[in-house]
Every structure is written in C-alpha cells, then in structure tokens.
Ligand binder design. Sequence first.
Ligand SMILES: [Zn+2]
Length: 235
Amino acid sequence: MTPLPPLAAASAAGAGFMAWAVRGRSSAVFAPSLWRGPRDRRALALTFDDGPSESTPAILEILARHNVPATFFQCGANVERLPAIARDVAAAGHEIGNHSHTHPYLFLRSPRAIEDDLRRAQETIEARTGARPVWFRAPYGVRWFGLRAAQRRLHLTGVMWTAIGYDWKSGPAEVVARMRARVENGAILCLHDGRELRPKPEVRVTIEALRLLVPVLLDQGYSFEKLNRLLCPKN
Ligand SMILES: [Zn+2]
C-alpha cells in the first residue's frame, strides 16, 4: 500500500482521528462497516481481494480440495477482463463482493465519483456472474465522504477484516504465522487473488500460504463460511 497524502491543516489529534476514520478496520465513520463476525461460533470467513486474475483458478482448486467456501471481493474492471473466471468463482458456490471498478483511493474523491465507480462494479459483476454483491470492501481499506450514501443506494454494507495477510509483501510462512496469531471465532481473513488491476499478477505467496493455512485451521476446528452466513447466521 502506498502512503496517503498528508491531511493538511489538521491538528495532530485531529489527524490521528482522521487516519483511523479513513483506514481503521473498526471505523464506521464514513459508512457502515463490519470487521468481524460473532464470537460465539468457531467459524471464520476467508476473503480474497483484487480478483479475478489468472491465478484465481489455483485458489479455487485449493478451496475445492478442502470443500471450503470463501468470499471474493472482485474489481469490476478485472471481471470485464476475465469474465469466465469471475463466473467460475460464482459457479463454485463462493460469494462475490464489490471491491470497486477501478480500485481507486476513495480519499478526496467526490461523492459522485465514488458512487459511479461502485455502481459500475456492481453492474458489471451482476451482468457477468449473475451475482449481486451485498458487501463492499474499500480499496486499500480507505473510506471517505460520500461512501455512506453510495453504499446505501447500492444496498452494500462495508466489510474490513479481522486479520490481513500482507500477502503482497511477505513470504508464505510469514502470512500463515500472522493469520494463525490473529485467528479467532468470527474472524474475517483478508488475502489477495489479484494485485489491483494488474494482468497476470504474481500471487504465488497467497496460493502457497492458503495451501498451508486451510488444513491448519480445519485441524483447529474452525468451519469456513461465506460472509453472508458468518455475518448473518440466520442465512
Ligand atoms: Zn484491493
């Protein structure tokens, strides 16, 4: 992740609050947002951002081998590029979330631009996969003014994460160790099956980490759920 532009003309305390408001996993300042499920069940959700990519099928294969479902936060532009892979994700029974169309920083964008980007992703995902997302994950975890109204109009709820793998800059063992240290009942784990809008992204670390992590978590007694079940247990 690249650093955000400085928050000009804010006091140190104000800047600290704004930094949390914009990027904090538990912040719902700009829009409703969840970052974990209930702690009363030994269940967790695997989520993958930035797909679909050429590597998504390798991830689907690992999930299928262990018979575990996941939620994929897809970018509309990647869905346009690889519609068949996007469809395969839905056809395999996984859930699809909205991760924007062009993966922009929402920071300092106009409410109109934010809504247009989210809407374009929503329409593209639905047209190409038949799935209409109900969850939105903000690119870079950055939320901004205007997101609340955009989410409301598109019937989306924001979802951050309990644990993020830093799988774009770590080795597989580190990713696994980080996830194991943070996993708990109701955890939402964030990994990546793509790299923003890049074609043929390098995601070998994610694939290898997933291969190691899923059996360990199953051994620990966790069940894997899509977000629509983890966050709404009556589904
Ligand atoms: Zn992303």
